[in-house]
Ligand binder design. Structure first.
Ligand code: 3PG
Ligand code: MG
Length: 392
């Protein structure tokens, strides 16, 4: 892997820069800018070297269609403010801009293409689409570690057409995670939550042999709660998961990895409703699980006390509403407390987890905080990430 930081003669070179600007949005407003802040050093480096920059990024999951709410417009605006530079958002169809020279106007240095996932070719890892994109630049830089577990056109396929480099944030994350995984101390506890169940449930099996405890909270926990014979009402859950859940349970027994899932929960009728503590067998059909309950919080705290390493990805509930943030906040506080007392080594990752830690003003209270969620877990699995492979 070659880092862009070591490249000379970047003046007037057109750089296709893949970033992960997938920040949380609430009615068009950015609620956490960490992922933007973290890539500023790469942009500032390229600006200093007088390179011309074309940014590629996605936000959300528009699934190959133009979804107005998932425009990069507010993100482009935020970037302009932070850099103090004009950035032009290109929302023309990529097919039609192929032969355009964006940089005819000498004052313009930075462009950003509209949400790359508006094109189904992106997630299909389409070779022709990648070639089309590659024609816009002279070089490619991946500074989106948090997307590098996706074999998508702008991550995996473009490097086949252009000299390709890693960005500064990607270097930092890979170096930190390499160090962490090689120096890790047992007992190791991994806490997995969040709402992206389908991405994560398959990762768990591969994590079981490596860790001593796996704590499952958030959306994925609902599949376990249901598996043990409880109704989960209107809660989010993944369909057809009984086989995977069964495999996870039997493998954890074999590998002597303790599997922990909620013993009690906080439910409500909807996302804006009021919270109510419930035993697992008391959940009604019109209720949804939105946080872990007090018994579960106590149990998790004890496990953290008996661990030497804590790896955390994904909140325990719908923390965007303060009524359902308590469980996630208690987990964060326990980790921070033990970290301050030098009892544990702690690493957290993922867009929502980082946002939660930011709300608590606590990003610097852990040993390392990664911008990556899914990519972070797959890295822990020991998997080669497609985006990293493509740079090698
Ligand atoms: C993330 O938020 O983890 C990355 O931006 C990747 O998003 P995805 O899970 O929708 O592929
Ligand atoms: Mg995310």
């Amino acid at each position: 892997m070659r880092s862009i930081i070591n490249e000379k003669n970047l003046k007037n070179k057109k750089i296709l820069l893949r970033l992960d600007l997938n920040v949380p949005l609430d009615k068009g407003k950015i609620t956490d800018t960490t992922r933007i802040d973290k890539i500023l050093p790469t942009l500032n480096f390229l600006i200093k070297e007088e390179a011309k920059i074309i940014i590629l990024s996605h936000v959300g999951r528009p699934k190959g269609k133009i979804v107005k709410e998932l425009s990069l417009k507010p993100i482009c605006q935020e970037l302009q403010n932070k850099l103090g530079k004009k950035i032009r958002l290109i929302d023309e169809n990529i097919e039609e801009i192929k032969n355009k020279n964006f940089f005819n106007n000498f004052n313009e240095e930075i462009f950003i293409l509209e949400n790359i996932r508006f094109y189904s070719e992106e997630e299909q890892n389409d070779n022709k689409f990648a070639e089309l994109l590659s024609n816009l630049g002279d070089m490619y830089v991946n500074d989106a570690f948090s997307c590098s577990h996706r074999a998508h056109a702008s991550i995996f396929e473009i490097p086949k057409f252009l000299p390709s480099f890693s960005g500064l944030q990607l270097d930092l994350e890979v170096n930190a995670l390499n160090k962490i995984t090689s120096e890790i101390i047992r007992p190791i506890t991994c806490i997995i939550g969040g709402s992206k169940i389908s991405s994560k449930i398959n990762v768990i099996k591969n994590l079981i042999p490596k860790f001593d405890n796996i704590i499952i909270v958030g959306g994925m926990a609902n599949n376990f709660i249901e598996y043990f014979g409880n109704s989960v009402g209107k809660s989010i859950k993944e369909k057809n998961c009984n086989k995977i859940v069964e495999d996870i349970i039997s493998l954890s027994k074999k590998e002597k990895c303790k599997l922990i899932y909620p013993e009690d929960v906080i439910v409500s009728k909807d996302l804006n409703g009021s919270p109510e503590n419930k035993e697992l067998n008391k959940i009604l059909s019109d209720e949804m699980i939105l946080d872990i309950g007090p018994k579960t919080i106590d149990k998790i705290a004890k496990i953290i006390d008996n661990s030497k390493t804590i790896l955390w990805n994904g909140p325990a509930g719908y923390f965007e509403n303060p009524n359902f943030a308590y469980g996630s906040i208690q987990i964060a506080k326990k980790i921070i407390e033990n970290n301050k007392a030098n009892k544990i080594f702690s690493v957290a990752g993922g867009g929502d987890t980082v946002s939660l830690l930011n709300n608590l003003n606590a990003v610097n209270e852990l040993n390392f905080v990664s911008t990556a969620g899914g990519a972070f877990l797959e890295y822990l699995e020991g998997k080669d990430l497609p985006g990293i492979n493509a740079l090698n």
